[in-house]
Design a protein around this ligand. Structure first.
Ligand SMILES: Nc1ncnc2c1ncn2[C@@H]1O[C@H](COP(=O)(O)OP(=O)(O)OP(=O)(O)O)[C@@H](O)[C@H]1O
Ligand SMILES: [Mg+2]
Length: 257
């Protein structure tokens, strides 16, 4: 199954969610790939550590070759890097993605990622991290994906933005990718004791939005996990938040494929 984690808002947990769910998929025995499409390269750093900065070839090289006229193009596998976690691979991002964007857009290259993933055999589970914008790279990921997860940070402004986000997904579905489904809204940094987040999440459910459970708690361990470049299942297998991630993973339809 191919997953995209999408929310135009910055800092809602996209990269953390991609890496932790992908690490769980790999630990459960699925050959797993993380595709990092954000020039900030946070997911690449999380999974590769310091090596991420020099990872080559990377996603920018992949997109750049789609602009050329090479007769024999490299297959998608050439751009993948193994992590130190069994069964987990990364197509790393690079800051150079930013500079390529307008050229790729002008030349309608937004189907290239989907085509490359279609050609990539042997991976059971693919997780795409997107930048905090609905730009060329986010659109490429939405076109390549089968399931979309929307992280939600329990903020009232974000709640209103969710409807626009769902409309964007529907538009991509109608125009480019009939296979795309919204798997659900992932409630992140949930503070069970605070009244406002509880109320906001309840309202979402009442309005019929597909809110997934369990909710992910807020924990300082996330930062530690980033610093150690080790997803939570590896760093702290028995932590409460790890348990929530495992529960969320198991709740996802098709998470094993
Ligand atoms: N469950 C959590 N508990 C505490 N902090 C969290 C949690 N999830 C994410 N964070 C923190 O929130 C910040 C943003 O997380 P992350 O980078 O995953 O979000 P993002 O949506 O990918 O951001 P961007 O839009 O910039 O790519 C990070 O500092 C991260 O440590
Ligand atoms: Mg991110």
């Amino acid at each position: 199954m191919r997953w995209v984690v999408f929310n135009q808002k910055g800092g809602v947990g996209k990269s953390t969610i991609v890496c932790n769910l992908a690490a769980i998929a790999a630990q459960r025995g699925a050959k797993t790939l993380v595709v990092d499409l954000d020039p900030q390269a946070n997911a690449s750093h999380y999974l590769l550590g310091a090596e991420a900065a020099s990872a080559s070839p990377n996603a920018a090289d992949f997109f750049e070759q789609t602009l050329g006229f090479k007769l024999f193009k490299d297959g998608p596998r050439e751009y993948l890097h193994p992590t130190r976690f069994d069964g987990l691979w990364v197509l790393p991002a690079s800051t150079e993605l930013e500079g390529l964007q307008s050229k790729l857009e002008q030349r309608y290259k937004m189907y290239k990622l989907r085509d490359a993933l279609n050609d990539l055999k042997g991976f059971d589970s693919v997780w795409m991290d997107t930048p905090p914008a609905l730009n060329f790279f986010t659109l490429s990921a939405l076109i390549a994906a089968e399931r979309c997860l929307i992280p939600f940070d329990c903020d009232d402004f974000s709640r209103r933005a969710l409807y626009g986000l769902l409309d964007s997904v529907r538009e991509v579905q109608a125009d480019h990718n009939a296979k795309l489904r919204v798997a659900g809204v992932v409630v992140n940094q949930f503070q069970a004791r605070a009244r406002l987040p509880r109320r906001v999440v309840e309202e979402l459910k009442q309005e019929g939005l597909p809110v997934l459970e369990p909710y992910l708690s807020s924990s300082v361990k996330v930062r530690e996990s980033h610093e150690a470049s080790k997803p939570l299942v590896h760093l702290m297998p028995s932590h409460k938040l790890t348990g929530e991630y495992l529960g969320l993973f198991d709740s996802l339809d098709g998470s094993r494929k």
